[in-house]
Design a protein around this ligand. Structure first.
Ligand code: NAP
Length: 220
C-alpha cells in the first residue's frame, strides 16, 4: 500500500487551483492549499469539507512552507508568476514532481508569449533543474472538473514529461481527479499541448466552440 502523498497546490484559491483541490479531495491525498489570503483559503476548505468531510487538508500562505512538506507541487498560477514562485521553491522542490498546468497566453489571447522552440513547462524545468516537471491539466478547463465523465466515459486529459515514474504518479492523480490520463510524450510535447489549448480558447471565443461536445460526438 502507498503512503499517503502530500500535494501542495500553489494558487489554490484560483479557478483551476480550487477545481483541482476539490477534485483531488476525493482521493487518498493530504492536500496543502497555498493561497495569498488566509480568509480565501478558509472559504475553500469549508467548501471542500462540506463535500468530503474526511478530506485531509491544511493551508499555507507561504509557497516554501507548502513546497517543503509536499511530495508533489502543482503550480496553479499564471505563467507570468511561475518564475518568481519557482525561484522561491527551488530548494524545497528538489527531486519532487512539479506539475505545470499553465498556458502562456498573450494579453489578446491570439498567441503565446513563449518562443516556438520551448513551452511554459520546459521553461519551468529550466528554473527547477532538479525537479521532475510534468505537464498536466492545461487542456482541461476549470469548469470541466465538475463533469469529467460524459456518457459514462472519462474525458481525456493529456500529460507529458521526461520521467516515467513521475508520469505514472501524475497519471494516477489525473485519474483521481476523474479524467482519463493520456501520456502524450516527453516534456517538449508541452509545446503542442499549450498550442492546442490556445486553439481551443480561440475557437471558444470565435464560435462558442466547446471541445467536450466534440469529444462526445467522437466517442459515440
Ligand atoms: N482557467 C482555466 O480554465 C484554465 C485551464 C487550463 C489551464 N489554466 C492555467 O491555470 C493557471 C491558473 O489559471 P486560473 O484561471 O485558475 O487563474 P486565476 O483564477 O486567476 O487564479 C490564479 C491563482 O494564482 C494566484 N497568483 C497569481 N499571481 C501570483 C503570484 N505572483 N504569487 C502567488 N500566487 C499568485 C492567484 O492568487 P490571488 O487570487 O490571491 O491573486 C490565484 O490563486 C494559468 O497558468 C492558466 O494558464 C487555466
Amino acid at each position: 500500500m502507498h503512503a499517503t502523498q502530500t500535494i501542495a497546490i500553489i494558487g489554490a484559491t484560483g479557478n483551476m487551483g480550487s477545481a483541482i483541490s476539490k477534485s483531488l479531495s476525493k482521493g487518498n491525498y493530504r492536500l496543502l492549499l497555498k493561497g495569498n489570503r488566509q480568509e480565501d483559503l478558509d472559504v475553500l476548505v469549508k467548501e471542500i469539507e462540506s463535500g468530503h468531510p474526511v478530506a485531509e487538508i491544511e493551508t499555507a500562505v507561504c509557497p516554501v512552507e507548502a513546497g517543503w512538506e509536499a511530495d508533489i507541487i502543482i503550480l496553479a498560477v499564471p505563467f507570468a508568476a511561475e518564475k518568481e514562485i519557482a525561484t522561491s521553491i527551488k530548494e524545497v522542490a528538489n527531486q519532487k514532481i512539479v506539475i505545470s498546468i499553465s498556458n502562456p497566453l498573450n494579453e489578446t489571447y491570439d498567441g503565446l508569449v513563449t518562443p516556438p522552440d520551448t513551452s511554459a513547462a520546459e521553461e519551468l524545468q529550466k528554473l527547477l533543474p532538479n525537479s521532475k516537471v510534468i505537464k498536466a491539466f492545461n487542456t482541461t478547463f476549470a469548469a470541466d472538473f465538475t463533469t469529467p465523465v460524459l456518457d459514462g466515459k472519462q474525458v481525456d486529459a493529456f500529460i507529458a514529461g521526461n520521467d516515467e515514474e513521475a508520469l505514472q504518479t501524475v497519471a494516477e492523480l489525473v485519474t483521481t481527479a476523474g479524467f482519463n490520463p493520456i501520456a502524450a510524450g516527453n516534456l517538449s510535447v508541452s509545446r503542442t499541448l499549450e498550442n492546442m489549448q490556445l486553439l481551443l480558447i480561440q475557437l471558444g471565443m470565435k464560435y462558442n466552440y466547446n471541445w467536450l461536445a466534440g469529444w462526445k460526438i467522437l466517442h459515440n
